[in-house]
Design a protein around this ligand. Structure first.
Ligand code: PMV
Length: 327
């Protein structure tokens, strides 16, 4: 058997975040989340099931890496397809790796699509979303484009992403300020596990999440950018407050994170509509409307460098690619 397939998936930015699991193995979250898929950051992955292999093999950006993390995920695919063949996985990441820009979202969404197709499975998008979720929770949302909700559900079947508005004509986007492109200090898996166990604010976080999602959906339907920004910013701050309140406490913020946040607040005080959000890393992502992008970039560039300001528009869901990947 030698069967190959390739797929591209884009990363996403959570506006109402997932930060805690109810089920560690199935990756069932404590609360639903809502994100925007982004066009600029994506992963291309080719999976080849090959009878001549004696173990799974992984190559990322032309570098050979241990396949230890991938094998349990590929086992799920093999189990579904009723095969035992090992696979060669070749990926090219167009996302600053592990810097809290959720490269795991695009990585596992692309892997779910390519691996299932190469194994001979023809999965629907809800099935792909459930499979991608097993690799990384946020990957469940990257199956779809535009605005996406991952409904928490209560088991493998019901915990799945659904599109809210796949192809949005809204001229908004996210400007990522890359403050530190290095590997994050605390993996999201460990960070969220710790807050669920020790943060006294955790029940309040779960309760408020649903209200945020409902309000975000309204803001999307009404094209109300101010409301969308306010809710997203407040949701992000509450997620990071969980970390600060954990025992022992931790934080993904660096000095430059606070500096970037302060500058966004200054811009807003000058009448520019822009809001910030942060994930499991120090980088700050600015939600804005395209018309304000030149002003925002001009304000931030002297402090952070133009090369560290990366803008992304709403992006597409996962799709299959033809032929072999060459980077
Ligand atoms: O899916 P993971 O394990 O990479 O966790 C993602 C967590 C956040 O990015 C912080 C929030 C989210 O909903 O994407």
């Amino acid at each position: 058997m030698l069967n190959s397939a390739s797929a591209r998936a884009h990363t996403n930015i959570a506006l109402a975040k997932y930060w805690g699991k109810r089920d560690e193995e199935l990756i069932i979250p404590m609360n639903s989340s809502l994100s925007l898929t982004l066009d600029h950051f994506y992963t291309d992955t080719q999976v080849t099931f090959d009878d001549s292999l004696t173990a799974d093999f992984f190559e990322l950006d032309n570098r050979i890496l241990p396949a230890t993390k991938l094998t349990p995920f590929l086992d799920l695919v093999r189990q579904k397809a009723g095969i035992k063949t090992f696979a060669a996985v070749k990926s090219f990441n167009h996302v600053p790796n592990q810097a809290g820009l959720a490269s795991s979202a695009s990585a596992y969404a692309a892997l779910a699509a390519a691996a299932s197709k190469a194994a001979g499975l023809e999965l629907t998008r809800p099935e792909l979303s459930r499979l991608a979720r097993r690799g990384s929770g946020s990957a469940s949302r990257s199956i779809y484009g535009g605005f996406v909700e991952w409904q928490e559900g209560h088991d493998d079947l019901t915990s799945v992403a659904v599109p809210i508005e796949e192809e949005t004509d809204w001229k908004i986007g996210m400007l990522a300020i890359i403050l530190n492109a290095g590997v994050k200090k605390i993996a999201s898996r460990a960070g969220m596990q710790h807050v669920v166990k020790t943060s006294p604010y955790y029940p309040a976080w779960v309760k408020e999440s649903q209200a945020d999602i409902d309000a975000l959906k309204q803001a999307i339907a009404n094209r109300d950018f101010t409301r969308l920004g306010e809710i997203s910013e407040s949701n992000a701050l509450r997620m990071h407050a969980l970390n600060l309140a954990a025992r022992p406490p931790f934080s993904y913020f660096e000095a430059s994170t606070i500096r970037a946040i302060t500058m966004i607040e200054e811009l807003r005080a000058q009448g520019v509509s822009c809001y910030y959000t942060m994930d499991a890393g120090p980088n700050v992502k600015v939600l804005c409307q395209e018309e304000d992008l030149p002003t925002i970039k001009a304000y931030l560039a002297p402090a952070f460098g133009t090369e560290n300001l990366l803008f992304a528009r709403p992006g597409q869901g996962v799709r299959f690619l033809e032929g072999d990947l060459h980077g």
